[in-house]
Unconditional design. Structure first.
Ligand SMILES: Cc1cc2nc3c(=O)[nH]c(=O)nc-3n(C[C@H](O)[C@H](O)[C@H](O)COP(=O)(O)OP(=O)(O)OC[C@H]3O[C@@H](n4cnc5c(N)ncnc54)[C@H](O)[C@@H]3O)c2cc1C
Length: 562
């Protein structure tokens, strides 16, 4: 873990560097030229310059040994600047991940030290033209080369698609099928038979290099098989999903806030119909405040997961999936709303929100699409529902009720309503075997993400009220404001779970109304829609308060609410 002061300094240097080297005009020009600023990426990764990659490398190999929380902070900071450049730095981290997780001590020493000392750029080569979300369909092969009954090396054949840093990396981790299953290999640029395609002409993150790779009989020594044992590739990849998904979650969060932080000052100055847009409730309560709430729900989920990973609770793949899902979807919504918030100006290149909107689009696609996140979340929590005979989310609800008893006003009461409704919906889906419909299964993933994020945000608001927030955590909002943000989000979560849950439980019934009427009426009562509607009381005042805080009008609103 990095000391808070060091982290703060790193974030400050990053900002300073971006201010000098990547001002808006430069980013707009790079985006228009579809150019990855290689010199800047190298500068960021050079140990004697910014040295960002040092944060990711364990101390014993010359790095700073950053934990998940540190990595989240840095990723959010990079995403606020430019998601394309951030992706280039991320690619080195992803590329070296199989090594950090699964390599032999000698391999770690060699490659991680080289990243730390030489600023080596890596790329992560998993995806193929016909193997995207389903990596099991991998077709790249690694055939053993045997001499005197000893495996001395491998010949790799196949192709990789959409590889970040594909055209600029110094070294690559490549996933290929050995006779014993998928395995990672380290392949250096320049290896015979290894070629890189031209940069892809992309919708967004145009400052990041993305290229296809072709491997035609590429020979590597046996020492390049990560971990020295075949067939460990998918396990090594999965071992860090929680961690790597948090990084992309932080990208969604950073980019979403970068867009909002342009819309907010713009709307404070833009006069229409005689007053600033920021003073129009129909504007702020649609375009700004709900996005603040969703982004901060994503942040709460990221921070909680990061703290748990740092505390040694394992890789937390499902929690990482929830954080990624919420933060990247929220980032997309916030960036889209920011274009709307700037009107015609938002639709032009000059005001940046248009670029941010294109850039953040990737975050719901790479490192696992949103649909794959929904499936991952749903399947895992479904098992918990079954194992506990339907108690799992009622238990989470009770924890929130206890929190609400200690901390009224942090949104825990509405979060509890969301959890109770969720438990009832899951139970009805189980009884009706409705998860045989993939749509129901995936929607459940979304409702789980909303409910769990509501719980995380309520806990974060309570911790802030107690002055126990992580020292490295964002302190943008004070305790009262964060509590209002939490109440707004928890109300949305509860309503979403109950209304959409009822909709799809009913929608998935195949039988005639007579067969289901009684059951649906019972479910309607069980999800407690009435209580969820009642919990919306005060929503407008909370949104007014958050709008005032966001626009620096806090004192007036806080006094009113008090
Ligand atoms: C700019 C960019 C950079 C990237 N960088 C890297 C990198 O560095 N390294 C790397 O290895 N990969 C990288 N990728 C690949 C990325 O991880 C994949 O694009 C992603 O995993 C999705 O795979 P796919 O594109 O084949 O889409 P598909 O898997 O074909 O998915 C297409 C759509 O179908 C949905 N879908 C897929 N399966 C299911 C299912 N079972 N049920 C329901 N819906 C489903 C998906 O959610 C998606 O909406 C990058 C991609 C891009 C665009």
């Amino acid at each position: 873990m990095i000391p808070p002061k060091t982290l703060k300094l790193s974030l400050k240097s990053l900002k300073e560097f971006a201010r000098k080297r990547l001002p808006d005009q430069e980013l707009i020009a790079l985006d228009a030229r579809d150019e990855c600023p290689l010199e800047i990426v190298r500068h960021m990764c050079s140990p004697d310059k910014l040295g960002i990659q040092l944060l990711f490398i364990p101390e014993e190999y010359g790095g700073l040994g950053g934990g998940a929380f540190d990595v989240y902070c840095i990723c959010e900071g990079m995403a606020r600047i430019d998601l394309g450049v951030a992706t280039s730095v991320l690619a080195t981290f992803l590329g070296s991940d199989p090594i950090t997780m699964g390599a032999t001590p000698e391999q770690k020493k060699l490659w991680l030290s080289r990243i730390a000392e030489e600023g080596l750029l890596f790329a992560y080569g998993a995806t193929e033209p016909d193997a995207g979300s389903d990596l099991g369909a991998l077709q790249t092969t690694a055939d053993r080369v045997v001499e005197n009954d000893i495996i001395v090396g491998y010949r790799i054949n196949g192709s990789k698609q959409w590889i970040s840093n594909g055209g600029i990396a110094d070294a690559y981790t490549i996933l290929a099928n050995t006779p014993s299953g998928p395995s990672w290999f380290i392949v250096e640029r320049g290896a015979r038979g290894f070629s890189q395609g031209k940069p892809e002409d992309k919708h967004g993150i145009r400052t990041s290099n993305t290229a296809a790779l072709s491997l035609a009989d590429v020979y590597v020594d046996a020492g390049r098989l990560v971990g020295g044992v075949e067939g460990q590739g998918l396990l090594q990849a999965q071992a860090v999903f929680g961690y790597t998904r948090l990084m992309v979650a932080a990208f969604g969060l950073g980019a979403g806030w970068a867009a909002l932080d342009r819309a907010i000052p713009y709307s404070a100055k833009r006069i229409q119909a005689g007053s600033p847009l920021s003073e129009k409730q129909g504007y702020t309560h649609k375009l700004i405040v709900p996005n603040v709430a969703r982004l901060e729900a994503g942040r709460a989920s990221i921070e909680e997961t990061a703290e748990r990973i740092d505390a040694g609770e394992g890789s937390l793949n499902t929690e990482g999936a929830i954080a990624k899902y919420m933060s990247t979807e929220a980032g997309n919504l916030a960036a889209d709303a920011s274009i709307q918030a700037l009107g015609g100006y938002g639709y032009t290149h000059e005001y940046m929100v248009e670029k941010i909107r294109r850039d953040v689009r990737i975050t719901t696609i790479y490192e696992g699409t949103s649909e794959i996140m929904e499936m991952t979340i749903s399947r895992d929590r479904w098992q918990l529902h079954l194992k506990t005979r339907g108690r799992h989310y009622h238990d989470r609800a009770r924890e929130c009720e206890e929190l609400a008893a200690r901390h009224a006003g942090v949104g825990a009461g509405s979060a509890a309503l969301a959890f109770h409704a969720l438990a009832e919906i899951l139970e009805r889906a189980r009884a009706g075997r409705l998860t045989r419909y993939q749509h129901v299964l995936l929607r459940i993933g979304e409702w789980i993400a909303y409910s769990e994020c509501a719980g995380s945000l309520a806990r974060r608001a309570a911790r802030q009220a107690e002055g126990r927030l992580n020292e490295k955590a964002s302190q943008r909002f004070d305790a009262a404001s964060l509590a209002a943000i939490s109440r707004i989000f928890a109300r949305e979560a509860a309503l979403k779970v109950a209304q959409e849950g009822l909709r799809w439980i009913a929608g998935a019934q195949a039988g005639g109304p007579a067969a289901t009427d009684g059951e649906l009426a019972a479910l309607e009562a069980a999800v407690n829609l009435t209580a969820i509607y009642r919990a919306q009381v005060g929503l407008m005042a909370d949104m007014d308060l958050v709008a005032d805080v966001v626009y620096g009008r806090a004192v007036k609103a806080a006094a009113q609410v008090a």
